[in-house]
Design a protein around this ligand. Structure first.
Ligand code: A3P
Length: 293
């Protein structure tokens, strides 16, 4: 089993990011997006991988075999990906690809490289309710040995609420993309809506991407991107990441994929404190977040 890397975090404009990428930040800032590139932006654990698979299938007219050409993280690299061997590994991978590229990021909107906005790139933003996000992030940090040690749940929840986890504040993240969604080409979608009516969401994404797909292809994409099908797909379930990096004895990447799992983790006291804090933090931004469906 691998060892946790315990890499230091370092803030960029107040947002905690792995120190390694911070050192190479000008490379991220100067990244050249092309106008055909698509950015999929999320706060961690919002359903990024799910959305990536939906997008790849839409762009390939539902052809599952084409979408099995490589693992998610190779087909649609994380812009700010950093490894010990290559501190700006995401940029290296993206620069070796020919546009149109599908690019993943967890960066808050103010840290997204300017070239995306100058080029007028389309962006799909996925938001997930913060209670399920923090539960999912907690289990992910327990198993992902390149993330900081999560520590006890109670402290982890406090760190989430105060924006101290990697990629910063969930509140700022979801609010700032929401506020800018009409100024830029942002399709803003919700994990809970994808669970509730995946065909409607797949069809909205296809329309946003300018793709005309038949109802049968849309239904096929929905079937190929259910939690149970993706969990068995080695090109979409992160099973290609070695055990030295993901300790699967602790938790799975494809863990539960549900809305409302937070009820199994929050005590009544934590829930009440969270609700009070949430209403204060979100008072200036009426985002239609749902905690249950
Ligand atoms: P859980 O930990 O709650 O199970 P991301 O891709 O942004 O890291 O998000 C990961 C979360 O999305 C995990 O949530 C994972 O199980 C869930 N997920 C991945 N694929 C999914 C799918 N097809 N349907 C529903 N949830 C999915």
């Amino acid at each position: 089993m691998g060892q946790r890397t315990n890499e230091a975090m370092c803030p960029i404009q107040g947002v905690p990011l792995p120190a390694r990428i911070v050192k190479y930040w000008t490379k991220v800032e100067q990244f050249q997006a092309s106008k055909e590139d698509l950015l999929i932006a999320t706060y961690p654990k919002a359903g990024t991988t799910w959305t990536q698979e939906v997008v790849d299938l839409i762009l390939n007219d539902g052809d599952v075999e084409k979408c099995k050409r490589a693992p998610t993280q190779v087909r649609m690299p994380l812009l700010e990906m950093t490894t010990a061997d290559d501190p700006s590994a995401g940029i290296t991978m993206l620069e070796a690809m020919v546009p149109p590229r599908v690019i993943k990021t967890h960066l808050p909107i103010q840290l997204v490289p300017h070239s995306f906005w100058e080029a007028g790139c389309k962006v799909i933003y996925v938001a997930r309710n913060p209670k399920d996000s923090v539960v999912s992030y907690y289990h992910f940090d327990r198993m992902n040995l390149s993330q900081p040690e999560p520590g006890p749940w109670k402290q982890y929840l406090e760190k989430f609420m105060t924006g101290q986890l990697v990629w910063g504040s969930w509140y700022d993240h979801v609010k700032e993309y929401w506020r800018k969604r009409h100024d830029k080409k942002i399709l803003y979608i919700f994990f809970e809506d994808m669970k509730e009516d995946p065909a409607r969401e797949v069809s909205d994404i296809a329309q946003f991407l300018g793709r005309q797909l038949s109802k049968s292809i849309i239904d096929h994409i929905v079937q190929m991107t259910t939690f149970s099908v993706m969990r068995e797909n080695p090109m979409a379930n992160y099973s290609t990441v070695p055990d030295t990096k993901f300790d699967r004895t602790v938790s799975e990447f494809m863990r539960k994929g549900e809305v409302g799992d937070w009820k199994n983790h929050f005590s009544a006291e934590e829930d009440a404190a969270f609700d009070e804090h949430y209403h204060r933090m979100m008072a200036d931004c009426p985002l239609p977040i749902r905690f249950t469906i």
